[in-house]
Design a protein around this ligand. Structure first.
Ligand code: ZN
Length: 109
């Protein structure tokens, strides 16, 4: 499997993670101008890089079902916090994204 075959699946994952980090940062860190604070933009960059490098590419399921946890320890803690906060709120702010995500988690193997 080639690492850098980026297609719609990876793009969708990226969009979801990006939305979750933005939501988390805006509600918790209140950055200026709807940008991200330094910490969160760092995390976002890291998350995007992980997805770009994802060894499963378009074969990928969602990250929580992935057999290979590829995050570095400190970033993993951060993203866990983000998921815990933004996860339940995504259904309000980004319902379509959530449906796609659930679809992938449950139906697509
Ligand atoms: Zn932040």
């Amino acid at each position: 499997m080639v690492a850098n075959n980026i297609g719609p699946q990876i793009e969708q994952e990226k969009a979801t993670v990006r939305a979750m980090i933005y939501l988390y940062c805006h509600k918790n860190h209140h950055p200026f101008n709807n940008q991200l604070c330094d910490e969160c933009s760092d995390l976002l960059q890291y998350a995007m890089q992980r997805l770009t490098m994802c060894r499963f590419g378009e074969e990928k399921t969602t990250c929580e079902r992935c057999p290979k946890h590829c995050y570095r320890k400190d970033y993993k803690q951060q993203i866990k916090q983000v998921m815990r906060f933004s996860g339940p709120r995504m259904i309000i702010y980004h319902p379509v994204m959530v449906l796609k995500h659930i679809y992938k988690n449950i139906i697509r193997k």
